[in-house]
Design a protein. Structure first.
Length: 501
């Protein structure tokens, strides 16, 4: 669906300042919403909010529907009476500008375990009723997720397809026994989901009341080691004997990698999904729309045709394109849920068929300015080639920051950029591209916070194709100044993106 002319900021919650070493849903999240309102933005875009696994990637989560409980604010647990001040004393001296996941996660887990134990003994009748209602309302994914995580802990963190066969294959008698043995652990995983969604719902309500819509992110694929695949093996392309991914997802060689990207996720068994009338996808969209206002679909082109790589390959080179039933899927979802508030991440190898699928459902596609200056005037990322039903970014979470990109750009790209801009302003190249994005005809413009702050390569969020060292960037308290907000507000108003106007 087309959106009104507007703009916003891309920032994942882990990047908020916090004394707990990782951004959370506490005070700084509310201050960020205040900054968005002050600067007359309409959108806050986040990365996937699921519980992350190996590598801490939000695109490789243990559940497509659960929340990342490491975003729970201990200060809010203190306010709720589930922690005491002494619990939050003597914290490690965490880095201020990035997340040290190996240090942060054990500290956070200990606090959450303590809060869970206090909830069991201190929760009043209202809190207990709210928890029971949450468990009932979310039971369609929560029960499988909590059991999966408890089992995973009991199996020393092993991927589910390496568990005892009776557990890997979900034999009812074995699961019933483990549910009894792991009752305490299952309760904990339900509790942290309850707290995540309670805190997130409060924050979203605050954002919406202040005129801010939240853009969430649905990765097309889910992690092989996830509750989704374990509980629904029939809808994924798995090896029937081992449970491993028989066909793995990825993309062929592209801008980011000469050998392509081999993600390792299992691709879907679309024939089985069709037989089930796409029930799992409908539930996934329903779950997502419970806590965001707009959905960005990552790797949208995979709904028209996807790159499938056989089991055993070490790169994505030897894959092949396989058609997917995207039209049937989105027609089914639309019949159930109405016209979808969706943005399509249509980057990469895009064919006329992918564009037709996107346009049939009026999903805005993405334009990235960092891709605009490396070729000829026919480049679809150049602003004069845009259509209005599009969302423009200076860069995404997979790109370098604008300053980092410019510093590394080759002479040809720089020359084309200079020709396009006419000159480089003294404000810095980041503000030149912000101005270019906001002034374009694209209905929506999204700016990563790193570009607003003029940061370089050190603030990059992700290096595609690398498994470690990503997702850790954080900004420091105090950088979202009145002056910065007013500067962004001025450009937002000047280029007709002031939704309050």
């Amino acid at each position: 669906m087309p959106f009104p002319r507007s703009s916003g900021i891309l920032l994942h919650p882990t990047s908020f300042p916090s004394r707990f070493g990782i951004g959370d849903l506490g005070l700084e999240a509310y201050r960020f919403i205040d900054f968005l309102k002050q600067s007359h933005q309409q959108y806050w875009q986040v990365l996937p909010l699921g519980p992350t696994g190996y590598g801490n990637s939000p695109y490789m989560c243990y559940s497509a529907m659960a929340g990342n409980y490491f975003l729970i604010s201990p200060d809010k647990l203190l306010d709720e009476g589930l922690l005491i001040a002494e619990d939050l004393a003597d914290l490690p001296d965490f880095p201020a500008n990035h997340v040290d996941f190996s240090e942060v996660l054990p500290v956070k887990v200990n606090l959450l375990i303590k809060a869970c134990e206090d909830f069991k003994t201190k929760a009043n009748s209202t809190q207990k009723a709210a928890f029971a209602k949450f468990c009932a309302d979310k039971g369609y994914w929560l029960n499988n997720y909590a059991l999966f995580m408890a089992l995973k802990d009991s199996q020393n963190g092993e991927s589910w397809h390496n568990w005892e066969p009776k557990l890997a294959r979900r034999e009812p008698a074995a699961l019933d026994q483990m549910e009894q043995e792991l009752a305490e652990e299952i309760f904990y995983y339900k509790f942290v989901q309850y707290e995540f969604f309670r805190q997130w719902t409060e924050l979203k309500k605050y954002a919406n009341e202040n005129g801010i819509d939240i853009i969430g992110d649905i990765p097309i694929y889910v992690s092989h080691d996830s509750a989704d695949v374990w509980a629904n093996p029939e809808i994924f392309a798995l090896d029937e004997e081992t449970g491993a991914a028989a066909l793995m997802a990825g993309v062929p060689p592209d801008y980011f990698s000469a050998t392509g990207q081999l993600w390792g996720n299992p691709v879907y068994n679309w024939e089985e999904l069709q037989k089930q009338d796409f029930k799992w996808w409908i539930l996934r969209f329903e779950a997502m729309l419970d806590y965001v206002d707009i959905i960005r679909i990552d790797h949208f082109r995979g709904f028209e045709a996807y790159w499938a790589v056989p089991q055993g390959e070490e790169t994505a080179i030897n894959g092949k394109w396989v058609e997917a039933p995207g039209v049937e899927l989105f027609e089914t979802i639309r019949k159930r849920l109405g016209k979808l508030p969706v943005l399509a991440e249509d980057l990469g190898i895009i064919t006329p068929e992918v564009e037709a699928l996107r346009d049939q459902f009026e999903f805005p596609g993405m334009k990235v300015l960092q891709f605009a200056f490396g070729s000829d005037p026919g480049n679809s990322f150049l602003p004069f080639n845009y259509t209005r039903n599009a969302v423009v970014y200076t860069g995404t979470h997979d790109n370098d920051t604008t300053v980092g990109w410019f510093n590394a750009a080759n002479d040809y790209e720089r020359q084309n950029l200079f020709l396009y801009l006419g000159c480089i302003s003294p404000d810095g190249i980041n503000w030149d591209l912000i101005r270019l994005a906001l002034s374009s005809i694209a209905n929506q413009a999204i700016i990563p916070l790193q570009d607003l702050l003029g940061l370089g390569n050190e603030a990059r969020m992700n290096f595609p194709g690398t498994a470690e060292g990503n997702w850790g960037w954080r900004y420091q308290s105090g950088v979202l100044t009145q002056e910065l907000g007013d500067r962004l507000k001025t450009l937002t108003i000047r280029f007709g993106r002031d939704y309050r106007g």
